[in-house]
Design a protein around this ligand. Structure first.
Ligand SMILES: [Zn+2]
Ligand SMILES: [Zn+2]
Length: 612
């Protein structure tokens, strides 16, 4: 069991215990432990094998025991005990924006509400607003949250799916009959969320299929088997992630990989391109249409180029009506072959969204996509001075160890009270610590920065004389998400006009699966960023990932510089960049479009762009 899944179970336990009314100190201890687990870079199974789990900071005897039980049995008996008293669905309610465990308890005890559906009816009937502690505003917020919840139900953050999937992939990689194993679908296209996983296994020996399917369906992390056939199986993992496995032979593997990678829109265009050339493209390969050449032999499934059924349909009819394997196969073993049959170079999966990639491929102008290894610094992170967990020095060491040439310390400003935002006085104090870190940690340039709050009217949360002393100024919205689009856009444009602003960070405010972006005219924002020489951020926190790929694509077109940063609140989160880079690639970004691929001299030059 992966750390993330263990953390998830314990979180559910803590939520349910809190709803039940357990001792707050116990709950707090559990939540601290969960934070420790989430920050671990080593698998807990490995830790448990080498030392006592209770040696880890914040892991007490209780939690240590629960983790041990989960690792050994995949179960958590205390969760069964608690759910005998507290309905398990209530844990889902606490995930809604605006409903924590305390409110969930009230809703349950007072109104007998346990599910989002019941909550919605109660809210619409005015029963929620009548409860003490729930006003009209909070009911509106809850209704919006329920809507968001429904929209995203069943979608997993890609970064989470990666972890849920890892043990299964390792398991299947140990199966000898599988010569190649790929994850297709939106996962392969690097989308921020995935609904399910499509695995494609290359198995040459037909006699080995049954064994491969069995290895798949009997994997210990499988919660239930939905289907198990000769070439296709379908399971749901204990994390809730649905996984499909398809077993393929070598002559169609590439075609299937292309087909199941999608997107649908991309595939439609590819099929059309094939049709223009007298070719039929399907998950089985690229085939010459009947009567358009091809002698028909050498093809296993097509025989003489046709069979009884497809003959009557007419091969130039609709694709779906004819036998997809009829005709003479000219490509299919690899994706390169499939694209090649259509006179195209291989197109990276992250680009297959029908945003002009086929034409770009044809004209030889596919972008050379930015990679995480090209980044020379991280310009957005937090420390213990606001809501981060590690010190300035620890963050600096971790950035240096990642090989960065520079970094910026950017704690919150005072308006963000929940994150212990800094007053001008405390910010100045922090500079002393930054100076110390500059001496202690060699080999990296540490910029003095701040994530300055954009107040409701668009003014900034720190006076100009303080901003002037900073090396880099980030601005962001953290409040009043309810403003209408015109007001919100005006608010942000006001901030962008401020002559000391460098980067607009997490520009849409969304939290994937939790909070929709606030309404914003992004075109106006990007135009203003261009006009005022402000960069925009791609925040690689897996819940944020904004700017979104479409907006990054537009920023690239306009020439607005993009910064890729992690917004790390602890050293381990500096690794967010490795997953977040997919979003940049989906936005067609190349190294030149990304400000923090510049070396230190280049970065300094940019920071001084308004001088002289
Ligand atoms: Zn922020
Ligand atoms: Zn931040």
């Amino acid at each position: 069991m992966e750390n993330i899944e263990i953390a998830r179970r314990l979180e559910e336990l803590a939520d349910l215990l809190e709803i039940q009314g357990a001792n707050p100190f116990r709950i707090r201890a559990y939540r601290n432990a969960i934070r420790t687990i989430s920050g671990l870079t080593r698998p807990l199974a490995e830790v448990a094998a080498e030392e006592a789990l209770t040696d880890l900071p914040g892991i007490g005897k209780d939690i240590g025991g629960y983790i041990g039980e989960l690792l050994d049995t995949g179960r958590l008996s205390i969760l069964d005990e608690v759910t005998a008293e507290v309905p398990r669905e209530l844990a889902t309610l606490t995930r809604l924006d605006g409903v924590g465990p305390k409110k969930a308890r009230k809703l349950w005890k007072e109104l007998d509400v346990t599910t989002p559906d019941e909550l919605e009816s109660a809210a619409r009937e005015g029963r929620v607003a009548a409860l003490p502690g729930f006003g009209k505003k909070s009911v509106e917020k809850i209704l919006r949250a329920i809507e968001d919840f429904r929209k995203h139900q069943g979608r997993f953050l890609r970064a989470e799916a990666v972890q849920y999937l890892r043990p299964l992939l390792a398991h299947l990689e140990g199966v000898e009959a599988i010569h190649r194993l790929e994850v297709a679908g939106s996962y392969r296209r690097g989308r921020e969320t995935v609904g399910d996983i499509d695995l494609l296994a290359l198995v040459d020996d037909d006699g080995a299929r049954a064994g491969v399917m069995e290895a798949f369906t009997t994997f210990p992390g499988v919660d239930r088997v939905e289907m198990s056939g000769d070439t296709r199986g379908s399971v749901v993992l204990t994390s809730g992630l649905p996984v499909d496995l398809r077993i393929l032979g070598s002559d169609s593997y590439g075609a299937a990989l292309h087909y199941f990678t999608g997107s649908k829109e991309h595939n439609v265009e590819i099929r059309k391109r094939g049709q223009k050339r007298g070719l039929r493209v399907s998950e089985y390969g690229v085939f010459e249409e009947e009567g358009k050449g091809g002698d028909g032999d050498g093809d296993r499934s097509g025989g003489n180029g046709t069979d009884g059924r497809s003959e009557g349909d007419g091969a130039r009819g609709r694709d779906g009506d004819s036998d997809p394997r009829a005709g003479h196969r000219i490509a299919g073993a690899t994706e390169e072959e499939v694209f090649g049959a259509l006179d195209l170079p291989w197109i990276p999966p992250v680009l297959r969204e029908n945003r002009g990639e086929i034409q770009a491929a044809e004209e030889g102008r596919l972008p050379s996509l930015v990679e995480a290894g090209q980044l020379r610094g991280d310009l957005h992170m937090h420390t213990t001075w606001s809501d981060g967990r590690d010190s300035v020095r620890e963050m600096a060491q971790a950035c240096r160890d990642r090989g960065y040439a520079y970094m910026a310390i950017t704690d919150h400003s005072q308006a963000v009270t929940v994150a212990r935002g800094l007053t001008p006085e405390r910010l100045r104090e922090q500079w002393g610590e930054i100076d110390e870190a500059r001496e202690q940690v060699e080999g990296i340039h540490i910029l003095r920065g701040c994530e300055v709050d954009i107040l409701k009217d668009g003014s900034l949360d720190l006076p100009d004389e303080v901003l002037e002393e900073l090396d880099i100024v980030l601005v962001a919205v953290h409040s009043h998400f309810e403003l209408d689009q015109a007001t919100m856009t005006k608010r942000i444009l006001t901030a962008l006009r401020h002559p000391l602003v460098d980067i607009l960070v997490h520009p849409t405010g969304r939290l994937i699966n939790r909070r929709e972006p606030y309404p914003l005219d992004m075109e106006a924002v990007l135009q203003a960023a261009l006009e005022h020489d402000v960069a925009v951020e791609l925040n690689t926190n897996p819940r944020r990932l904004d700017l979104h790929d479409r907006h990054l694509f537009r920023a690239r077109e306009l020439g607005v510089p993009v910064v890729i940063s992690t917004d790390a609140h602890r050293t381990a989160q500096l690794a967010y960049v490795d997953e977040g880079i997919h979003q940049a690639q989906r936005g067609w970004l190349e190294a030149d479009h990304v400000l923090n691929t510049r070396d230190w001299d280049g970065m300094q030059a940019w920071l001084k762009r308004r001088e002289g």
